[in-house]
Design a protein around this ligand. Structure first.
Ligand code: GRF
Length: 217
């Protein structure tokens, strides 16, 4: 089966992007990273993508008067690269509802919390302040409402006594790097179905998951 052509949209350092690029190096991985697009010309991730030999594009949001014009330029770049799936990876712009609708079922995001807890920014500080004992990350389909949408995969990490924001963020980030490639793999293999608010994964059994990752990876 042909590998699905994926674009990764970034704004910054691109560590999740790197994890996806790394996973897609494997011959049996069902997706290839065909484009990395940043809204910030100075995003560190752009350099990493270039050194990995991946096509890059910059669509600088400050050059567009409206979100519609900005999104239209992104659409143009995606079409030129024959993109089939988009992964948002630290992309700090809100996409228009129309854009999201155009890509329904093929647009993923990773968020550094166990959604629906801690939508928005500063998730690690808020988790520490709330005193939760378990924190984590979520890969979900994007819908117009921010940090919502059917959940594909989550990984949980413990919040340890004395953790600061950086320590917790580092623990969560390692989990992000595990589940984003795994979630993209399921989508690219056509194993995900959206039923109402839920994602049903084909071929996943109901066994207990001692690794605290759901579905099992
Ligand atoms: C990650 O924590 C991701 O969950 C969030 O933004 C951060 C991006 O980091 N959406 P990176 O650019 O992938 O390193």
């Amino acid at each position: 089966m042909a590998r699905k052509r994926v674009a990764i949209l970034i704004s910054g350092r691109g560590s999740n992007m790197s994890a996806l690029i790394e996973a897609a190096r494997a011959r049996e991985y069902p997706a290839e990273i065909a484009l990395v697009l940043s809204n910030r010309p100075t995003a560190k991730g752009l350099e990493i993508a270039k050194s990995a030999g991946i096509a890059t594009a910059v669509v600088d949001h400050t050059a567009y008067k409206t979100r519609e014009e900005f999104d239209a330029e992104i659409e143009k770049q995606l079409a030129a690269a024959n993109i089939e799936i988009i992964c948002l990876a630290g992309f700090m712009r809100v996409l228009t509802a129309q854009f999201v609708k155009n890509w329904e079922g093929y647009l993923l995001n990773i968020h550094p919390s166990l959604l629906p807890a801690f939508k928005g920014i500063d998730t690690h500080v808020r988790a520490l302040d709330a005193g939760v004992k378990i924190h984590g990350c979520t890969v979900h389909f994007v819908v117009p409402e921010i940090d919502s949408g059917p959940i594909i995969m989550q990984a949980a990490v413990p919040v340890l006594e004395g953790d600061d924001e950086e320590e917790l963020a580092t623990r969560v980030l390692a989990a992000e790097h595990r589940i984003y490639p795994a979630a993209l793999k399921l989508l690219a293999e056509g194993k995900l179905a959206i039923e109402g608010e839920r994602v049903v994964v084909a071929g996943v059994n109901g066994e207990a998951d001692e690794t605290l990752t759901s579905p099992r990876i």
